[in-house]
Design a protein around this ligand. Structure first.
Ligand code: IVH
Length: 682
């Protein structure tokens, strides 16, 4: 909030107006990149600075009777989605980066509320995508994005992939809107970006952008893979009063079955609230979601009406945003890492610097384009920021501090490890080494194979693999099963006990479920979820090896590119040899794999399967059954065809049952359906 000390001349005002218009069009460009394309070019902090400068100019121009267009709150609506009106508007929050403004906010509230006492609730500000969940007569009706605040996009199908989202709530009166944030947790985000890096794809800037992109993804299998999560924090429209305090709202949401804020504080004064903001600031890195600030809300809902709203935000709440922590440091070197799939990733070795509570000494430079776009050079002084609190990123280069002898970084055209010619495949930004025998690639493939999400062989860490490779005991994944006690014990500083433990872990891994083995192969594009789908469907490696790409594509979620990659993988002569060795060594069993309860992902019973319902069900309506099946990723068809996988036969079903039997379809009765649904929901 600025004060105007000096009068402005007519030409000053004209210049300010021109600046105002320019900033507005800049903001509208960034709104488009942020809300519609999920590809921001500037940080949230820079965006908020632009916004507050626009507001400052608008105040001045209004005083000088200049007409100004209002800044909007952005609009996330995109083509391909149907729009619906919210029952009550979805507003934004006023935000600040300053403690002083937070105290001003409190003074302002006290002035309006008068002598009556009120308290605050301090909540984490989750940086994801705002969602409005509408329930009618206790049943899930729609999930809408914020859109323009009045009308949002219907993203129900994608939101229904969120595990644990209640489809029914104990609230049978009229309609209720539950408001919350959809997000992707930090660990999933890191995993997804790692996989993208290995595939030579551009990385997601932060978990918020990934969540925004996922909520608007058409391919449901991709949405399932991204593992969206939800935290609810408010009720929009509700046909009845459900609480008197915001803290009660949060508890009520929990009782209705929603994930709600786990961590929040009630404060009796703004001083106490500030203390909790600081506590949150210190602990936010430990939360599973990206937390970009604290939201202060008046706890007593009775004052909300009296305080009202501005055009964009309620006056009873404010967001205090944590300024991004940045640090200046020097790039000592730029090294090139060779990944599992041969992708070369440039990494900056930094003079170690403290950032967001940890020492940072490396920052990924992503790819050659990124280095040349930012003209990043060895010896440069750079500003480092943690993108989405997670990945250290170089946000600026101080060219003034550059030495006169500094030279642009030249990205090599040969592999730094094996000297092969690097190639850049069409549509990829990355450069790749295509030599399958390139040592770092072999090492990364072995590391992936033994990793926790694949064969889970404890004790075979990076250092052990590196030493075994140097001793020429490990060259491919089959060699793992040829390791002897002597091979391990002879490693420097390795005791008898550790050697025996690793051998026993290796032996145990021979009984892992098929999907783990498939995932461990590291076939391009096959993540954990796709591996599970393939294992569930084919049940043995032999069946999968025999599958044609047409057959693979008939499975939901597998496109032409992926099916060709799978077929090619199993035809490649080196791989054929390794598979035969693995068979001989007892790692591949030719009988069908029966998954253990722990490894079985019940969701896959419904995932990507086409169902058909016939006859009447006694325990639920037809619509409820459809909703439940769809919730777990199944599709319900109207007509019987060869594309249908399972027919659910209720009471008094007619000719469809016979036809399904003649087509050889799987048939469930109502008890089967309930058993499978309970399995999923347990
Ligand atoms: S209350 C009037 N509580 O932040 C809006 N919002 O920048 C009431 N957000 O649009 C929202 N965490 O998407 C509220 N604990 C929290 C929040 C939260 C994140 C989001 C929400 C809102 C945006 C404003």
């Amino acid at each position: 909030m600025s004060t105007i000390n000096e009068p402005y001349s007519v030409s000053d005002i004209r210049a300010l107006k021109a600046k105002y218009d320019k900033l507005l069009s800049e903001i509208s460009l960034h709104d488009r990149l942020y809300y519609r394309e999920n590809n921001p070019r500037i940080s949230d902090f820079e965006y908020d600075c632009l916004k507050s400068e626009v507001e400052r100019l608008r105040e001045i121009l209004t005083i000088y009777s200049m007409e100004t267009k209002d800044t909007t709150i952005g609009d996330d609506r995109t083509s391909g989605f149907q729009s619906f009106a919210h029952l009550s508007p979805m507003m934004s929050l006023a935000n600040t980066y300053s403690r002083e403004e937070l105290f001003q906010f409190s003074n302002h509230l006290e002035a309006i509320v008068g002598p009556q006492k009120f308290s605050y609730v301090v909540e984490p500000k989750i940086d994801g995508i705002a969602i409005n969940l509408i329930y009618k007569k206790g049943k899930f009706f729609k999930a809408l994005t914020r859109g323009n605040g009045t009308i949002g996009d219907d993203v129900s199908a994608n939101i229904k992939t969120i595990k644990g989202l209640p489809l029914k709530i104990e609230n049978h009166f009229g309609s209720i809107e539950i408001r919350g944030e959809v997000y992707i947790d930090k660990q999933t985000f890191i995993g997804i970006n790692k996989a993208r890096e290995e595939q030579g794809l551009e990385l997601f800037a932060n978990p918020r952008n990934l969540a925004a992109g996922t909520v608007k993804t058409i391919n449901i299998d991709e949405v399932i893979e991204r593992n969206l999560k939800l935290i609810t924090y408010a009720v929009g429209y509700c046909s009845e009063k459900i609480a008197s305090f915001q803290s009660e709202v949060l508890e009520c949401l929990k009782n209705l079955g929603f994930a709600s804020q786990e961590k929040y504080w009630i404060a009796e004064s703004i001083e106490e609230a500030w203390k909790y903001v600081e506590v949150l600031g210190a602990m936010r890195h430990t939360l599973p979601h990206w937390t970009d600030g604290a939201v202060l809300k008046i706890n007593e809902l009775q004052f909300y009406e009296m305080l009202g709203t501005t055009a964009k935000s309620p006056r009873w709440a404010i967001a205090y945003k944590f300024a991004p922590e940045r640090a200046v440091t020097r790039i000592n070197d730029i090294i090139l890492q060779v990944g599992r799939t041969g992708i070369i990733t440039p990494v900056a070795n930094l003079e170690s610097v403290l950032l967001s509570g940890t020492n940072v000494s490396r920052a990924t430079l992503h790819n050659a384009d990124e280095i040349s776009k930012k003209d990043i050079r060895i010896g440069d002084y750079v500003t480092v920021e943690k993108a989405g609190e997670i990945i250290p990123a170089i946000v600026a280069v101080d060219t003034k501090k550059r030495s006169v002898n500094s030279m642009p970084f030249v990205f090599p055209k040969i592999c730094p490890a094996c000297g092969s010619q690097l190639v850049q495949l069409p549509s990829e930004v990355a450069w790749r080494c295509q030599n399958l025998c390139c040592l770092p690639q072999i090492q990364r493939r072995l590391e992936h194979f033994v990793s926790r999400t694949a064969m889970d062989i404890d004790g075979l860490g990076t250092a052990v693999i590196e030493r075994l490779m140097a001793d020429q005991k490990l060259d491919n994944i089959a060699d793992i099963y040829r390791l002897t006690f002597n091979d391990l014990e002879s490693l420097e500083k390795f005791g008898t006990k550790s050697a025996l433990k690793i051998l026993s872990n290796i032996d145990d891994s021979k009984n892992r479920p098929l999907w783990r083995l498939l995932h461990g192969f590291g076939i391009l594009g096959i993540g954990e979820q796709t591996a599970k789908i393939l294992a569930k469907h084919f049940r043995s490696l032999n069946n999968l090896i025999a599958a044609t790409s047409e057959k693979l594509e008939r499975l939901g979620g597998i496109g032409a590119k992926l099916s060709n990659a799978i077929v090619a993988f199993f035809r490649e002569p080196h791989n054929v040899q390794i598979l035969s060795d693995l068979r001989m060594l007892g790692v591949i069993h030719d009988d069908t794999h029966l998954e253990t309860a722990q490894d079985q992902d019940q969701n896959l019973i419904f995932h990507a399967k086409n169902f058909i319902l016939t006859g009447t069900l006694s325990s639920m309506t037809r619509q409820e059954a459809i909703e439940k099946i769809e919730h777990f990723g199944g599709k319900v068809s109207i007509s019987l065809s060869r594309n249908v996988h399972i027919l659910i036969a209720g009471e008094n079903c007619g000719s469809k049952l016979e036809k399904a039997q003649s087509l050889g379809l799987e048939i469930w009765n109502e008890t089967d359906l309930l058993r499978h649904l309970n399995g999923v929901m347990a």
